[in-house]
Design a protein around this ligand. Structure first.
Ligand code: FEO
Ligand code: CA
Ligand code: CA
Ligand code: CA
Length: 672
């Protein structure tokens, strides 16, 4: 049986009220300070950020849209890795996307047309990741602009493919004739870690960056059309029109490669397979700034949200849990073929250790059954339906299965979910939690509910076009035998998002109140075990990315002390159709109302809260604030954060995504 040790036994802060202020609000007795913002320079020679659209050289500055982050301790003298140091370390963080309007003096000059090379270079380089050194000093935390550890990884950074799909014909491009190399990573969303000191960054909404008008279908095989359609590679121009750029150096294909059309492409410009170079989990060694990131194809290709590991148990094969964030997509698990050897934890050839655990194993997808059990279905080529005889999509080999994991999961009967986002693992029990951020009626009609996605209603806060499950929920899963190797599991629903004043029979099923009502959970993380006596204090942190509740509050972060799977029992929800009529009684397994949960932080205007980690001692919390003021215009911003955090800036001050540090004024462990 699972024993959860909680010490102290309760959350130790007063809930923050919902609000729409243009600052980060934290509980009384806590402070939030800004650490690292869009455009902050990462070398001694890089000029300060003017923040007026004239800045360039984002390959040497913080990128935009700070997303997932993780803290890696450095030794006190900064010479290398020390997992235990809570005063000096590296932050590895994703830069998912752009508030493009603020990157240029008056926004993009030719949106939808032929894009200027200089603007495109800035936009491309503002994506990717930062690795940045941070340290606590007498005046609090600061990042080190001149640190030799600082690194930007961008969509242009050379990478290699590892695992079963390396060298596949489906990965070959004009850049890499042997399908073993590629360039860059994009739309990096959530993350994952390993036990050997590396970072996993996950490529989510990469498909939209490619230009591939529907006329391209005529130059493709039927199988290719099926595959490209399943992954949504069908934009006429690509998100920001980078393929339209005329490169000043004709041999530079870093713009052309965003054009994935097969028709008429010369051999030197044939990037029809470039979309297959994205959608992966990428391993990065933050302690080797010269290292080449490795795309781990064994973990499958999808709209990867994150890749959070199971507990690492000596002699047991470790697993990584992965959401594919789109409506009706699936939850996956990769189980390494190699049992964990704890002597690898401090090895210095970290990416080679990654080869050992991440290049060979089994990718599974989840089927959730009505009775609260479930099965991990292996995506292995050669066993029906994953063969060449599969009518919907004939698979050629294991590389084809991994590159088209969504099609394999369709074929094998996985359960479509309400947009699987982050996963997190309870450090006390190994139970896995999964955010299902929301879904709409088109993605899940009322007759399409199932026990794992049971709710269908019309939220008056969400607007009449958003009935379905606009507020989302959080599911949790316990492996059979509490083993990461298991192929069976038990699951239940931990909490449903809802406004506190909404109907308890069909919307506010978790009895949320003013201290904890939320919508659209996304970021999810268990606090680090930080108790000096070795006890584990499992605090679950929940972050929101919400369009359905923004008339009431900006996005937020909550803390919770969860129970265990099955502690609620069988329950029933009354589902409604768009007319508000009772359409269904649906039974599910779910937590009892009144789960211990409390709002810890509310962000500034039009932001999303995403990315959270702490120092090993739990006394410094790092939180990312993504896309404040995303609805504004270049010279008419809707948020002035972070300048607004401690001052009254001019109303034209442009907002910047940024990392904040949250500490308790008495120096104690955050949240306890
Ligand atoms: Fe980038 Fe699913 O959030
Ligand atoms: Ca997310
Ligand atoms: Ca989201
Ligand atoms: Ca986002």
């Amino acid at each position: 049986t699972i024993t959860v040790t909680v010490n102290p036994p309760a959350l130790g802060f007063a809930a923050v009220a919902k609000n729409r202020n243009d600052i980060v609000t934290v509980p009384e007795g806590y402070a939030a300070t800004v650490l690292y913002r869009l455009g902050d320079p990462l070398t001694a020679d890089t000029p300060d950020y003017a923040n007026d659209g004239t800045d360039t050289d984002f390959a040497n500055r913080a990128g935009d849209h700070n997303d997932a982050l993780h803290y890696y301790g450095l030794t006190a003298d900064g010479s290398g890795r020390d997992d235990s140091n809570s005063g000096r370390g590296l932050l590895v963080m994703n830069h998912e996307n752009l508030n493009i309007q603020y990157l240029h003096p008056n926004g993009p000059t030719t949106p939808g047309g032929v894009r200027p090379e200089g603007e495109a270079i800035k936009e491309i380089e503002a994506h990717g990741l930062s690795i940045v050194e941070v340290a606590a000093g007498d005046d609090g935390w600061a990042y080190d602009q001149a640190s030799g550890w600082n690194r930007r990884i961008t969509p242009n950074t050379p990478m290699v493919f590892n695992g079963p799909a390396r060298g596949s014909a489906l990965l070959r491009t004009a850049y890499s004739a042997n399908g073993a190399g590629g360039r860059g990573t994009i739309n990096n969303c959530a993350n994952g870690i390993t036990a050997w000191g590396t970072n996993l960054t996950c490529e989510e909404n990469w498909a939209g960056y490619f230009a591939r008008p529907s006329s391209d279908n005529a130059a493709r095989t039927a199988k290719e059309v099926t595959a490209l359609g399943r992954y949504g590679v069908g934009s006429a121009t690509g998100n920001y029109g980078w393929a339209s750029v005329t490169a000043s150096d004709p041999s530079n294909t870093l713009f052309r490669r965003w054009n994935a059309t097969a028709s008429g492409a010369s051999a030197a410009e044939d990037f029809r397979n470039e979309p297959n170079n994205f959608g992966w989990v990428v391993e990065i060694d933050p302690f080797d700034p010269e290292s080449t990131p490795r795309k781990r194809t064994a973990l499958g290709r999808m709209g990867h949200e994150g890749a959070w590991p199971s507990l690492f148990v000596d002699g047991v094969r470790p697993a990584w849990y992965m959401g594919d964030d789109s409506r009706r997509e699936y939850l996956y698990k990769f189980v390494s073929a190699t049992p964990w050897d704890m002597t690898d934890a401090q090895a210095t050839n970290r990416l080679a250790i990654g080869d050992k655990y991440l290049d060979d194993g089994t990718l599974y997808v989840a089927r959730f059954d009505e009775d609260g059990s479930g099965e991990w279905l292996p995506l292995v080529f050669g066993t029906a339906p994953l063969t060449g005889a599969n009518a919907a999509y004939p698979f050629a080999d294991q590389a084809d299965v991994l590159i088209h994991a969504r099609l394999a999961a369709d074929a094998i009967g996985a359960t479509p979910m309400d947009r699987p986002e982050w996963t997190a693992t309870n450090p006390a029990t190994g139970e896995m939690y999964l955010t299902l951020t929301n879904n709409n009626a088109a993605g899940r009609p009322v007759d399409g509910t199932n026990a794992a996605n049971p709710r269908h209603y019309n939220d008056p806060k969400a607007g009449s076009d958003q009935y379905g499950n606009p507020n989302g929920h959080i599911l949790r899963l316990r492996e059979a035998g509490d083993s990461s190797e298991a192929t069976r599991f038990a699951w239940d629903i931990y909490a449903f998002g809802a406004g506190r004043d909404l109907n308890p029979t069909n919307i506010n099923l978790s009895s949320l109140d003013a201290t904890n009502d939320f919508s659209s959970p996304d970021g999810l993380w268990f606090g680090r075990p930080q108790n000096a006596s070795g006890q584990v204090t499992p605090v679950l942190w929940i972050q929101t990315d919400d369009g359905a509740y923004t008339d009431v509050t900006n996005c937020m972060m909550l803390a919770a002390m969860p129970g265990t799977v099955g502690d609620g029992g069988a329950r029933t929800v009354t589902n409604m159709n768009a007319a508000g009529e009772t359409a269904q009684q649906r039974t599910f397994i779910g937590a009892a109302p009144g789960a211990s949960m409390r709002r810890f932080l509310v962000g500034p205007i039009e932001c999303e809260i995403t990315g959270v980690d702490s120092t090993p001692d739990g006394r410094t919390l790092f939180v990312n604030i993504q896309h404040p003021g995303e609805g504004g215009e270049a010279n008419a911003p809707t948020s002035n954060w972070p300048a607004s955090q401690d001052g009254s800036p001019p109303s034209t001050t442009r907002p910047r995504s940024a990392t904040v540090v949250v500490t308790k004024n008495d120096g104690g462990v955050v949240a306890l």
